[in-house]
Design a protein around this ligand. Structure first.
Ligand code: NDP
Length: 465
């Protein structure tokens, strides 16, 4: 089975777990983990296996930063694995052990008294707010990519998502055989450029010093030797220019105008610790300070991964932090009230992955030929769900598409297309963002809707026309 399909099936299986009853009842939970990356998932596996019920608030980017890595080559036991598949495996392990997941993000935290209170909101529907009480909290919120702050990057007249991006894996497919630039000289920049060099005709790496900061020296050396990669040292971007719709070139500090189709930012990150200012100790750069191992300045509050780590910032070090935080949280709970490990019930059996093309389910397209055959077939209407495995709203839409497929079994065909694999289809239908729904009736494109809400509205109207 293709990795992307595997990842997709795991998402269907895992993405929308029923919340804990205790969340609804606002009882204090033993442990709430803020964030859904590798560190958070590792903590939850350890806690569940110790019999401590754990709620993970996954936030808007389940799986965290590593999901953007097309190939991880330094995870123990894996010679090469894409980041999303690695996360899917860990998340599945957490789920099998009984972890509860919620597609919420913390918007406020009150650590002034115990149990601690977390205010969270649904990442897709911001009006859905919950107040969650927790005896112990693990902060695993990671960090946010930095912006250059130059004209043309974002804002009303900027080209953010119209040629300016921060994730090559998410948006690189739009630049097949085109010219792109990657800004930065760290490991992220190397990874982004490496990925883009397999898709784009030409990749410029814009590095502001006369050397890279990257520690993956071998990887960097291999990258710069590629025929379609060119490094511009001692160069900064003064302005990102475009034609109003899309990026056309960069104005560089060297006074050169560099014609490009897209630019990917990879210039580092800021720790996501704002919620905790004034409540726990942070250092001058905003990283959460630790008193001992993962313990923060507040008892029962632990922090792991990139939000505490300005140096290593590796998925594996976040996982190590996650294990330590779980063991510390376990000891803390035992110390406050002899928390019994009977509260969690790890599932005895791993869940079985459902195959998406069962009767009455949307079928995952496995070749362009298959897509065009389905489009050509005008016997029954056809709904196409264009998605990317790395897009949160796509995952929200996916089960809705499956429900519709079940409802219209035999009357309307439903297929799903991973745009990362079939970029020609996106070009043909002028698709610049996902999720996008295409609706074909009598062999003609009758409807096209982009974005979660528009796609849902389009699905709602289908079958009624
Ligand atoms: P880094 O902070 O390591 O690098 C940021 C890069 O962007 C630097 O080259 C920096 O330049 C440059 N930069 C910063 N601001 C600007 C600006 N305004 N204009 C132009 N350039 C700018 O961030 P990374 O995200 O690359 O990596 C963070 C950490 O994560 C590192 O420890 C890295 O090793 C690790 N990592 C490891 C990976 C792995 O698979 N092993 C993958 C990705 C990250 P300058 O050098 O001049 O400051």
């Amino acid at each position: 089975m293709k990795k992307s399909i595997y990842a997709f099936l795991i998402f269907i299986m895992c993405g929308f777990t029923t919340p804990l009853k205790a969340v609804e009842a606002e009882e204090a939970l033993p442990v709430v983990i803020l964030g859904g990356g590798v560190g958070a998932l590792t903590s939850s596996v350890y806690l569940q296996r110790a019999g401590i019920q754990t709620l993970v608030l996954e936030g808007s980017k389940p799986g965290g930063a590593i999901t953007e890595s097309p190939v991880v080559q330094n995870w123990p036991g894996e010679v090469a694995i894409d980041g999303q598949t690695l996360v899917d495996k860990i998340r599945n392990q957490a789920e099998v052990n009984g972890t509860t997941f919620l597609s919420h993000e913390a918007i406020d935290v009150d650590l002034s008294s115990t149990p601690y209170t977390i205010t969270s909101r649904d990442v897709y529907d911001h009006e859905q707010i919950k107040k969650i009480k927790a005896k112990a909290v693990i902060i695993a919120l990671g960090s946010t990519p930095r912006f250059l702050g130059v004209p043309g990057e974002s804002g009303e007249k900027g080209y953010w998502t119209k040629g300016v991006y921060s994730c090559a894996v998410c948006d690189g497919f739009l630049y097949k055989d085109k010219t792109v630039a990657v800004v930065g000289g760290g490991d992220s920049a190397v990874i982004e450029a490496e990925y883009l060099s397999k898709i784009a005709k030409k990749v410029y790496l814009v590095v502001r010093k006369d050397h890279f900061r990257s520690v993956e020296i071998k990887r960097k050396e291999q990258l710069v030797q590629k025929d379609n990669v060119e490094v511009l040292y001692n160069t900064e971007i003064d302005q990102i220019m475009g034609d109003g719709d899309k990026v056309t070139h960069l104005d560089l500090s060297t006074k050169k105008k560099l014609p490009i189709d897209g630019v990917f930012l990879a210039i580092g990150a800021t720790p996501n610790s704002d919620l905790f200012k004034g409540q726990i100790a942070l250092d001058e750069n905003g990283y959460i300070q630790r008193i001992s191992d993962q313990q923060t300045s507040k008892e029962g509050v632990f922090a792991i991964g990139d939000v505490v780590d300005p140096v290593y910032k590796q998925a594996i070090s976040a996982a190590g932090d996650g294990a330590k935080a779980a063991l510390q949280a376990e000891r803390y709970l035992a110390s406050i009230e002899g928390e019994q490990p009977a509260s969690a019930k790890p599932s005895a059996q791993p869940k079985i992955v459902q195959i998406a093309n069962e009767e009455g389910k949307a079928i995952e397209v496995e070749s362009s030929d298959q897509f065009y055959r389905e489009v050509k077939d005008s016997s029954t209407p056809l709904v196409v769900d264009l998605y990317s495995p790395y897009c949160g709203p796509c995952r929200k839409l996916s089960p809705i598409v499956d429900e519709m497929a079940e409802k219209h079994k035999g009357a309307i065909r439903f297929i799903k297309v991973n745009v990362a694999e079939y970029s020609a289809i996106t070009s043909e239908y002028n698709v610049y963002s996902v999720p996008t729904i295409l609706y074909f009736k009598n062999g003609e494109l009758a409807k096209q809707a982009t974005g979660l809400n528009e796609a849902k509205a389009a699905l709602d109207s289908i079958g009624k026309d």
